[in-house]
Design a binder for this molecule. Sequence first.
Ligand code: NAD
Length: 311
Amino acid sequence: MRIGFIGLGHMGRHMATNILRANHELMINDLDESAGYDLVMRGSTWAQSVAELARESDYVVTMLPGPQQVRQVADGPDGIIANLASGSIWIDMSTSSPEVGRQLGRQSAAAGIGQLDAPVSGMAKGAEAGNLQIFVGGEHLVFDRARPLLETMGDPERIFHVGPLGAGHTVKLLLNLLWFVHAAAAAEVFVMGLRAGINLETLQRSLVASPANSHFIETDMESIFQGDYDESFAMALVCKDLGLAVDMGRDLNVPVEVSALVEQIHRRARLAYGDNGGEMLAVKLLEDLTGTYLRHSEDHGQPASRSPQPL
Ligand code: NAD
């Protein structure tokens, strides 16, 4: 298959590498040409423009920061939709807005292009390992045709068709919202536990064995214990996702009080540590505020590095 891939950041560069490993013909593009260097060395072709990439591809995959960039590359005379041949498929794997996906979907349908939203979960390490979880929205027939391509990037057992166009983005935004709620809540619980004199591992083991367990406590907390807040997913993107999720609550007329508060906590962390700070820095916000650092027993209470006080 001739695949075009746009967006070679933390996630996209690994996903594109896995497409290439599956022996597909790959053309790539990114605003930053240096992002494609390794892939060109491995045999893919650099496209000078989105229009060129779309003209030369049967399938186009986008892995961009959010709805604004997706619209930029898909819309208009130089965009994907105007340049992809009828009968081809565009898969947007970015975490983006369901509404923007549906608006562009109407243009794709008019041009005879199959469109899917297929955002992913599994972090950069899942992208590298090729075992991402993928949530697909769009027509079943288009999904069936695209499945072999999705399987080069994701775990075949965890590629779910979740509904019509836009449904993939919706499920992904809900998933992220819940995960960041867990992160903010776990920070409070563990900081309190440590200050109350409970050993961190003992607290973690007790919670994991209890009905209050979560993936965050069981797995992600381990990174915090090492002082690693996961820089492969930037705070600017976290806040984009939480903003889209809270907007969705407003559009659906659902009061989302907890979600709105959690969004504000993450916006505060973004201001304190910067756009490129790691996705779990909301935990550090509370660590810095209380001077209580969630580290393995040997370095209890000692910050791994000095950091600015949160705003
Ligand atoms: P990133 O910022 O590392 O990469 C985005 C890439 O897109 C960059 O290389 C940038 O130069 C390029 N780009 C931006 N605008 C462009 C344009 N108009 N034309 C061409 N290229 C353009 O982002 P990422 O971490 O790889 O995330 C990509 C998407 O995946 C986001 O929607 C994010 O929310 C989602 N996501 C990220 C993770 C993660 O752990 N990083 C996990 C799941 C989902």
